[in-house]
Design a protein around this ligand. Structure first.
Ligand code: MN
Length: 384
């Protein structure tokens, strides 16, 4: 039995202000294009089963344009596949906080061959494939503690679908990560994982497919890494990762402006941008460290306008010379002369945590402070 595994498509994701010739946000369009390409590629591989492991939609109420396109693509696909099995579970992005609100994925369950799990942990039996699928959507993760997950002996193949972060995948998980031992078990023929945006094998039989486009809160960390889908052979427990063409994302090498004239800085900005193989239409970030605030206005505006026209999104991220973010703590410590570490870990944490989406009931200031406390300990201990 061969399985096509797609995940974290995030239909309805929008970013930047650029629209395409149809008036649709360019990034929303890109995400649709990636989904269509994934379905087409998967279709060509003629899998027995297609799995979508959550966050097909970026939001509980996605834009109509994306909803209509998803319905059309999936209907076309399932017509071509003559209603062969396609199973999807809900991710956190498309799961409303209140269960009674209903889940948009329920709409797709009307397409021939499509089965959808968006609420509790559910066992789906697919007799035609002699397979049993234990489906754990985002909302089901909370039930895991009280459950004993055992394979169903009445079926030749046992699969598990999960949308959630296993422990060890990222240090930045907000919610408590899921115990690997509970999920990653040898008796399971395939463990199809969603929620993590990069293709990541956990075990030969347990894989994160990753997202199909760059839609996470920090795309710069993902720059240069492939997006795609997985073709998995259940009988040999082997897989192929199939990359998809996405919009290019570049996080350019930071420029240290400490000893540069403005003319030199402008030249470097231009050179780094032009060194990018496909700047036109790309998403680009250029960080500049140690820039004195009074020099900001002298950066070549015409150059920036040109870069912003060529790229889909060109972000010039200017940072003043390093001083502690907390007033009164530092005496204006000068930046490192080795040019390697331009920000302390605590400063990097602040920059990260100030933008990271937090649950509404979490106070950001306390969250940031706690992180600093963990990183630095008591100030008296680190003072030299
Ligand atoms: Mn997710």
């Amino acid at each position: 039995m061969r399985v096509a595994h797609i995940s974290d498509v995030h239909l309805g994701y929008r970013a930047y202000s650029r629209t395409n010739e149809y008036g649709v946000n360019q990034r929303e369009w890109d995400v649709l294009v990636a989904f269509r390409a994934a379905l087409r590629d998967a279709m060509k591989a003629e899998p027995d089963l297609i799995l979508i492991t959550g966050d097909l939609f970026h939001a509980v109420r996605p834009p109509n344009s994306s909803l209509i396109a998803a319905y059309r693509y999936l209907t076309d696909l399932q017509n071509q596949r003559k209603g062969a099995p396609l199973v999807m579970i809900a991710g956190n992005h498309e799961t409303p906080r209140i269960a009674e609100s209903g889940c948009i994925l329920a709409l797709l369950a009307h397409i021939p061959g499509v089965q959808v799990v968006y609420d509790q942990i559910t066992q789906l039996e697919i007799a035609a494939l002699n397979a049993c699928l234990l489906c754990i959507p985002s909302r089901g993760v909370g039930e895991l503690e009280q459950r004993i997950l055992a394979p169903n002996p009445n079926y030749r193949w046992n699969l598990l679908l999960l949308h959630g972060l296993l422990e060890g995948v990222t240090p930045f998980a907000l919610e408590r990560p899921i115990d690997q031992q509970k999920i990653v078990r040898d008796e399971c023929d395939y463990i199809a994982l969603g929620d993590w945006n990069l293709y990541t094998p956990i075990a030969p039989n347990a894989l994160y497919a990753g997202a199909t486009e760059f839609t996470s809160t920090n795309i710069w960390d993902e720059a240069g890494k492939p997006k795609g889908w997985i073709l998995y052979d259940v009988s040999t427990r082997s897989h192929e990762f199939h990359p998809l063409r996405t919009r290019p994302v570049y996080d350019l090498t930071p420029i240290d402006a400490q000893e540069l004239t403005v003319a030199e800085l402008n030249t470097l900005i231009e050179e780094r941008a032009n060194a990018v193989p496909h700047l036109d239409g790309a998403i680009v970030r250029q960080r500049v460290y140690n820039l004195l605030p009074e020099l900001r206005s002298q950066i070549d505006g015409e150059l920036l306008r040109e870069l912003k026209i060529r790229a889909l999104h060109y972000q010039l991220d200017l940072r003043a010379p390093r001083v502690s973010f907390r007033a009164g703590q530092s005496s204006g410590e000068v930046a490192d002369t080795d040019g390697e570490t331009r920000l302390t870990l605590a400063d990097e944490w602040q920059l990260f945590a100030q933008q990271y989406p937090l649950p509404a009931d979490l106070e950001r200031e306390a969250f940031v402070a706690l992180g600093i406390h963990y990183l630095e300990g008591e100030p008296t201990e680190t003072a030299s």
